[in-house]
Write a protein that binds this ligand. Structure first.
Ligand SMILES: [Zn+2]
Length: 69
């Protein structure tokens, strides 16, 4: 018996057993603990820890202007 995991639509949130949502036809993925979640309450905290919003972090990013040099 193949292992079947409950799938949840990434768009409308409908549950099903197919990787394609039966409700809207969008992609569904295994329900349950996910490594990445758009509803991750700690996402903002992680961004702050990495200081991605700081000017110093942005200045370290390679820009298109530098590549033309
Ligand atoms: Zn759907």
């Amino acid at each position: 018996m193949p292992r079947t995991r409950l799938q949840k639509c990434t768009v409308c949130g409908a549950y099903g057993l197919s990787e394609t949502c039966e409700e809207c036809g969008a992609q569904a993925q295994a329900a349950g603990p996910m490594r990445f979640s758009p509803e991750d309450a700690r996402a903002d905290l992680r961004r702050k820890l990495k200081q991605v919003e700081s000017k110093e972090w942005a200045s370290n990013l390679p820009s298109s202007e530098d590549e033309e040099e």
